[in-house]
Design a protein around this ligand. Structure first.
Ligand code: FCB
Length: 478
């Protein structure tokens, strides 16, 4: 994808996926999964020796989350783990992506290991394997032990070394049975959303800190990979999950094309270039008007330690224009992550999810082909893809979510196309297995294949879950 290829006509018709059959066949060992993360589903935040995390503190801060909601109970998965694994089996999943809560394993972030924390994930792994479901753990999905935050969190370089120790402790315990691993989830969110935009824990607003954080997160990833491999079989797959927002141009003005380039560097290349090329994109720090992070000798070699697969999290695209003062050029409402571009908030003719994210399956195909061409990871898994809609439980204990069925069909169709074109895509994980605590949005955004009736914690498979189960079964039989 060259920058100019990204220019789209805003009136161009998009893939019409309504009820389109999926004319796709996937390899028999393709991973059909769903994903969750610890703080979003587990609850039980005070149990079995778990220490506090940054999210416990952040969610308790007035105004930080919708109606002050927290992950204290969440989907009560910690107590309902067996039932939830049985649900996965009913959905015909052959893979499950979950995250491990660092504060359950090391309540103080470093030092004494809490065996009861490890025991929980041990039992989860065994339950998954007993159902023929491949465990795909992520070591860090944003719940940093509070003790480490109190020492600066990811701004402190020591946190990178603490992460590598933690990664080794977990792989040593589970590595005999788990062979797909992710170090981090979405370093852009860990850095920018959390330390510059203040939307996620720890809720800081300082671009310079976000750059430092990004570097330490990358360093922690690179330090962890060999420490993990020491306890894994040679066939094990170790990767990182990065979030992508392909950038399209709102028009063909030269300044728009430059804005697209800046947006792309910031949202898609910041973490990819160091991991796959051992260097930061040249213009990143200048564009943002910040200083480079403190890079020690050898850091970039560590960060670019070869990985076995890339996790791609994809939800939507951006249609970008140059930043304007006053009325926008395209006369559309705009929003911006930074000063360096504006993204149109509404594209005429497009549909949006409850998160306000444009539904744009072509963007997934586009970013996958571009990753394949520009970075050539050995393998790729879509580690998150999904949508929040306004789901309701009806009187017959059903949840009709046809929009989510269409969403899944369209995105799976896009993947089949890129596989046909040669991209090494090995798996697809729907976000999410079940409704859960959607961070600052609380429980009001429902992403699940399974509906959670929070007052009773009853689980009800939505129509999309039934559709996915049937689709996976057909794949298996074909
Ligand atoms: C991703 C996060 C995941 C969930 C989805 C909707 O950015 O990784 O935890 O919140 O968005």
């Amino acid at each position: 994808m060259s920058i100019t290829d990204d220019t789209v006509s805003l009136s161009s018709s998009q893939t019409d996926t309504q009820s389109a059959p999926i004319a796709a066949s996937f390899p028999p060992d393709f991973l059909w999964g769903a994903a969750t993360s610890a703080y979003q589903v587990e609850g039980a935040v005070h149990e079995d020796g778990r220490g506090p995390s940054t999210w416990d503190r952040f969610a308790a801060t007035p105004g930080a989350t919708y109606e002050g909601q927290t992950g204290e109970i969440a989907a009560d998965h910690y107590h309902r783990m067996e039932e939830d694994v049985a649900l996965m089996s009913q959905l015909n999943l052959n893979a499950y992506r979950f995250s491990i809560a660092w504060p359950r394993i090391l309540p103080q972030g470093t030092g004494t290991v809490n065996e009861r924390g490890l025991d929980f994930y041990d039992r989860l792994v065994d339950a998954l394997l007993a159902h023929g479901i491949r465990p795909v753990p992520t070591l860090y999905h944003w719940d940093l032990p509070l003790a480490l935050q109190d020492r600066g969190g990811w701004v402190n370089r020591d946190t990178a070394y603490a992460f590598a120790d933690y990664a080794e402790i977990v792989t040593k315990r589970l590595g005999d049975r788990v062979d797909w691993w992710l170090t981090h989830n979405e370093p852009w969110c860990t850095s920018y959303l959390s330390y510059a935009l203040g939307i996620h824990a720890p809720g800081l607003r300082d671009q310079q800190l976000a750059i430092v954080v990004g570097h330490h997160v990358l360093l922690s990833h690179g330090l962890a990979v060999p420490r993990m491999r020491a306890h894994l079989s040679p066939e094990a797959q170790v990767g990182i999950a990065i979030d992508f927002y392909p950038a399209y141009a709102a028009d063909d003005r030269p300044e728009t094309l430059l804005a697209v380039q800046r947006a792309d560097t910031f949202r898609n290349r910041w973490f990819m270039d160091p991991v796959f090329r051992g260097k930061y994109p040249e213009t990143l720090f200048n564009d943002l008007g910040v200083n480079p992070p403190p890079i020690h000798d050898g850091d970039l070699a560590i960060i670019s330690t070869p990985i076995d697969f890339l996790g791609v999290n994809y939800y939507s695209r951006m249609v970008v224009q140059n930043r304007t003062n006053g009325a926008s050029q395209a006369e559309q409402p705009v929003h911006a992550d930074t000063e360096i571009y504006e993204a149109l908030a509404h594209i005429p003719g497009s549909s949006y999810t409850e998160m306000g994210w444009e539904i744009f399956p072509d963007g997934l195909a586009n970013i996958l082909m571009r990753i394949h061409r520009d970075y050539a990871p050995k393998a790729i898994a879509i580690t998150e893809s999904g949508a929040a809609f306004n789901d309701h439980l009806d009187g017959n204990d059903s949840v009709h979510d046809p929009q989510r069925v269409d969403y899944l069909k369209a995105h799976i169709q896009a993947i089949s196309e890129v596989i046909r074109q040669g991209a090494p895509v090995k798996g697809y994980f729907v976000w999410s297995l079940m409704d859960n605590f959607e961070w600052a949005e609380g429980y009001r955004k429902r992403f699940g294949l399974v509906y959670i009736d929070y007052p009773t914690q009853r689980r009800i498979i939505k129509d999309s879950g039934h559709w996915y189960a049937k689709f996976i079964r057909q794949q298996r039989e074909s």
